[in-house]
Structures are given as structure tokens and as C-alpha cells.
Write a protein that binds this ligand. Structure first.
Ligand code: GAP
Length: 432
């Protein structure tokens, strides 16, 4: 299984999905760049989340708030005080470790003595304005949801939502993690897709159960095997400072079960604290004029962590007479390219010209790749490896009857289709 992780890392680098950030300078731990294919996959994932969580629902509104907020936000949210990891440093080699992940009290690297536990705040600090003074200190947000809470009354005033309703946001989050790693599983800069779902106090447990089920279904619909997903209930004494109940949807990674998405009942903690510190009334008023602080159910998911799961789930190898065929069996809705178009022979101008016409016809509607390098077998392999679900080949028969060969990534079956029917066919298959 650990082998699978290495294969994913190597495929990601080789084909342009994911690169270590700042590689020419030796990299920088916990930061990753997404290449030409990675950015397509990531965008498709984010768009799918947005479509299913915002666009297709009547009760969810979108938001895009800033990464840097007034530092009072983090005071009210409790992050300035409580967003910490317990840390121990080796007195000999000065490496730092998460105290809760250490097996004994010696340095795991050099066996040296460790310092006592210190609480280390995970927020990245920065300064706003020219003067680097404490008064100008600000933080890169460690979660996106505070932008939602501080815009609560703006949303109430502009869209007048009826409770229950949600506010959703996708954006960067930053955490100065002490231990990072397992490829893109734990990063210091990453993207989050968060929904804050506001409900009447008393209805929170019902909605919590609703989102638990919905979110698990969402992964299964994208092809994640149900048996590799499970719920993990956080013990009461280990709950985050804002939470009444938290359940993680865990995935069975090659390195063990770990959190994929967190679902938390944040109660009215955030709105009440922001109201207190800002002096503003952040209550919701119902149709009878009754004012109250809603409770919040929050499904919160990392983009990079989901990309990793999608790659792990999609990777397959099949032995054939030419060796090993690698297939990335991604859900076509998420595949970087939906279609690859090939002229059968790259040295026949009439085939190339016709293929280009087909390519141009498909391009405004679907993400299409062009490939005319090597023989057709090699091109199929290249596309299989990056998850392109359908390949379209233009051959001599195309010039006679305006049909092309459509080859399916997963079944490897081929059939002839009229050029005029291609868009309809692919759009139909993408609906699922
Ligand atoms: N607002 C709630 C919140 O931030 P969290 O459980 O700390 O909750 C939510 O984070 C999700 O964000 C996680 O389930 C995970 O998918 C992702 N995530 C958290 N820290 C991460 C990191 N350092 N690198 C990559 N993804 C991370």
C-alpha cells in the first residue's frame, strides 16, 4: 500500500499534476504546486463542490472573503489562544516534534534530550502596512469560515435568507503545521471548501445527522469505495474549543485511517463571540420578529486531501503484452481532459486537418487534449495514465463517412460515431 503512495507521487510529478514547491531551491516543507493537469483536476473538484453544495441547492449562498482579517477576528474565534499544537524541541539537533505524536521522551532523530512541552500557535503571522510593529500584526487565516461569520449580517441584509440556510466558501487556508507530509495530505498552505449551515437551536442535531449522511454520499458518488470511508466520533474531552460534537469522515489512506472531512456542530460559539467583541448585533430575526443566535453545522473539507483520495482511488495497473498499463480511472466529471483527439497518422495532412476541425468543434463545450505523437497505442496509454475517459481518432474512413472511432478508457471498447453526434454523446455520459 505504501508503494501505491510512491506511485501516485511519481505519476503526479512525471505527468504534471503536482510538484514540490520551490524545488529548484531544495523545496519548502509542506508546500506544493499544481501543474497543468493538477490545476484542471483541482478546478473540476472545486467546481463540482460548488455546483452540488451551492448552485443546485435553494438554501446555500456563496462568499469569497479575504485571507487576512482584522486580528480581532482570531481573538473572538479563540484561535489566538487555542489554535496550538503541543511541541517539544530536541536540545541537541533542535528539531521540533508534536508532543502527542512522540512515542517516548527522546528525540526520534538523534536520541537527544527533549525540552518540556510548549504550546505552539499554528497561525502564520504577518504585518499589515509599512511599519513592522505589534500593533500591525495580522494572521493568514487558518480556516475560511471566520470570513463567513463576520459577513453574517451582510448576507442577512442582502439576500434575506430563511433559516435553515448555508453560506459556502472555497479558499486558501494556512497552518504552520509542526509535522506535515504524506505527500499533499497535510500541508502548510492548502485550500478549504467550507459550508456554515445556520439552523434553529434545537434543530442542530437533526441537521448534523443530515450533513453526515449527505457528505459521505458525495464521496461515494465520485467513486470513492464505501468500505474505505468511515465515521470517527471525536471524544467529548478532545473536542475543538468551539465544538459541541465533531465527526470526521475518515478515509483508509495507505498510511492508515485519517480525517478526510470534518463535520462540526459549532453551536452559536462564533456568532456570539464576534457579537461580544465587535459590539454588533449578529442575531437572526425570524418571520415573527423573534431574534436569536442560530446554531451552525459545518462540513469542512480540504481540496488537496480530496485530490489525494481521488488519485489513490483512481490508480490502477493492468498487465498487457506491452508491459503494464496504468489507468487513472477518475470520474469523467473530474478528469483533467474529457476527450483526446488524434489524427490516426500525423504525417497525413488531410487527416490532421480533419482532426483539427473535430478538435475545434469540441473545444468550446468540453476540455479536449490534442495528441499526434507516436503510434495510437502509445497515445491511448498516455491518456489512460492521466484519466482521459474518451479518445477520438480520425482515420481514412472519417474522410468518407464523417464518422470517428471513440475509445473508452475503462472498457477499452471502441465504436464508430458520427462527428455531429459527439458532443451530445459525451455530454450525456458526463451527466451520469
Ligand atoms: N473550520 C473547521 C476546520 O478548519 P479542520 O478539521 O481543522 O476544521 C477541515 O479542517 C479540513 O481541512 C480537514 O478535514 C482536511 O480535509 C483539511 N485540512 C486541515 N488541515 C489541513 C492541512 N494542514 N493540510 C491539508 N488539508 C488540511
Amino acid at each position: 500500500m505504501a508503494d501505491l503512495m510512491n506511485k501516485i507521487v511519481s505519476l503526479s510529478k512525471r505527468r504534471g499534476f503536482i510538484f514540490p514547491s520551490s524545488e529548484i531551491y531544495g523545496g519548502i516543507g509542506g508546500f506544493w504546486d499544481f501543474g497543468p493537469l493538477g490545476v484542471e483536476l483541482k478546478n473540476n473538484l472545486k467546481n463540482w463542490w460548488w455546483k452540488t453544495m451551492v448552485e443546485e441547492r435553494d438554501d446555500v449562498y456563496g462568499l469569497d472573503s479575504t485571507i487576512i482579517h482584522n486580528p480581532k477576528v482570531w481573538e473572538a474565534s479563540g484561535h489566538t489562544l487555542s489554535f496550538t499544537d503541543p511541541l517539544r524541541e530536541c536540545r541537541a539537533c533542535h528539531q521540533r516534534f508534536r508532543a502527542d505524536q512522540l512515542k517516548d521522551s527522546k528525540c526520534p532523530e538523534c536520541g537527544g534530550k527533549l525540552t518540556d512541552i510548549k504550546q505552539f500557535n499554528l497561525m502564520f503571522e504577518t504585518y499589515v502596512g509599512a511599519a513592522k510593529e505589534t500593533a500591525n500584526k495580522a494572521y493568514l487565516r487558518p480556516e475560511t469560515c471566520q470570513g463567513i461569520f463576520i459577513n453574517f449580517t451582510n448576507i442577512l441584509d442582502t439576500v434575506q435568507p430563511k433559516i435553515p440556510f448555508g453560506i459556502a466558501q472555497i479558499g486558501k487556508g494556512f497552518r504552520n503545521e509542526v509535522t506535515f507530509g504524506n505527500f499533499i495530505f497535510r500541508d502548510r498552505e492548502f485550500e478549504m471548501m467550507e459550508l456554515e449551515y445556520f439552523v434553529k437551536p434545537g434543530d442542530d442535531e437533526k441537521w448534523f445527522d443530515y450533513w453526515l449522511k449527505e457528505r459521505k454520499k458525495w464521496f461515494i458518488d465520485l467513486g470513492v469505495e464505501a468500505k474505505k470511508l468511515r465515521y470517527f466520533e471525536h471524544p467529548k474531552k478532545a473536542l475543538a474549543h468551539y465544538s459541541k460534537r465533531t465527526v470526521d469522515i475518515e478515509y483508509k489512506f495507505p498510511f492508515g485511517w485519517a480525517e478526510l472531512e470534518g463535520i462540526a456542530n459549532r453551536t452559536d460559539f462564533d456568532l456570539k463571540n464576534h457579537a461580544k467583541l465587535s459590539g454588533k448585533d449578529l442575531q437572526y430575526q425570524d418571520e415573527k420578529g423573534k431574534k436569536f443566535y442560530p446554531y451552525v453545522v459545518e462540513p469542512s473539507l480540504g481540496v488537496e486531501r480530496t485530490v489525494l483520495v481521488l488519485l489513490l482511488e483512481a490508480y490502477r495497473e493492468e498487465k498487457d503484452k506491452e508491459g503494464v498499463r496504468v489507468i487513472l480511472s477518475l470520474d469523467p466529471r473530474l478528469s483533467p481532459y474529457k476527450i483526446a483527439v488524434f489524427p490516426l497518422l500525423a504525417n497525413k495532412p488531410d487527416l490532421v486537418k480533419k482532426a483539427r476541425l473535430v478538435f475545434d468543434k469540441l473545444r468550446p463545450t468540453l476540455r479536449v487534449a490534442w495528441d499526434d505523437i507516436g503510434n495510437i497505442g502509445k497515445r491511448y496509454r498516455r491518456q489512460d495514465e492521466i484519466g482521459t475517459p474518451w479518445c477520438v481518432t480520425i482515420d481514412h474512413q472519417t474522410l468518407k463517412d464523417k464518422t470517428v472511432t471513440v475509445r473508452d478508457r475503462d472498457s477499452m471498447k471502441q465504436k464508430r460515431v458520427k462527428i455531429d453526434k459527439l458532443i451530445e454523446l459525451f455530454q450525456d455520459r458526463l451527466k451520469k
